[in-house]
Design a binder for this molecule. Sequence first.
Ligand SMILES: O=C(O)CNC(=O)[C@H](CS)NC(=O)CCC(=O)C(=O)O
Length: 326
Amino acid sequence: MEKSHRVAVCQMQSTNDKDNNFRQVKNLVEKATDGGAKFIFLPECCDFVGENRQETLKLSEPLSGNLIESYKNLARSHNVWLSLGGLHEVPMESSNPPTKIYNCHVVINNSGDLVAAYRKLHMFDVDTPEFRFRESEVVAQGPGIVMPIDTPIGSLGLQICYDIRFPEVSGILRSRGAQILTYPSAFAYATGLAHWETLLRCRAIENQCYVIAAAQMGFHNRKRRSYGHAMIVDPWGKILVDCEEKELDVALVDLDLDKVASVRKNMPCEEHRMKCQNIYSRLPLRIHPESQGGFSFGGFDIPKETVFYESSHSFAFTNIRCVVPG
Ligand SMILES: O=C(O)CNC(=O)[C@H](CS)NC(=O)CCC(=O)C(=O)O
């Protein structure tokens, strides 16, 4: 009974060698289940890290492929749930070879059934002093948010890596019942050093959720290095475990959902937010660029002076919350 909410967060170092990456995953799953874990969190790119666009497309598989079958067998034989963050998924009706893939976070239950698949929404297309990255040259944006899923450890909200920088989605998942938010990652070394811990603790504190973030660590090839520091943060923002810069590591935590409930009861942020919804939605955040020339929306002619109001908690459903003639 007391072990029923035991989770494991994992850290590993993937390369373009898929067999070797699978051996790391198997090793981590064995260690975690020996420690009593019921749910194991593996990082983004636990399948592989390609050296270039062609190689990434070539190594990718559909969800009906052999690799997912191996993960399903692993979950079944160890009687454990798996979160496999950020797999490189060939879309179902894709050309061969594919021109774009999804960055897909898959959850498999202890019977080996695929119970959820979330495709990454925010593309990591950035320039920093240290590196340039264009995820969208390989990855297609996912179709939408996946609502939190029921699991034996609680209600779990799925995202991936760079998504953590967009708190609106975490807020939506939390307001739809998530008790745990998870961000499997392959965070760049430079941005990890600057932002990783702060981002994880913010999402935990503002949503009053456990935050679980499996991570890639170290050099994947000559060009690419990840930050590591796989972590679990509690709903009060306290770091419970941190895998630091270990190349292969598992950390175990017994989640306590009473802790989620008591933090929320003592500081009812979600209720307080509800009481302010109508005020948030009256804030003129920006003028919609499409309003420049005026256009037609929902049967109305919208004049070009129109000011659009939007709420940070409704953007995922529509950018346009309400329209008021300016
Ligand atoms: O490239 C692949 O094969 C899989 N995808 C990733 O590793 C993704 C997209 S490049 N990495 C991130 O989102 C890092 C985000 C980050 O580091 C930040 O937000 O600072």
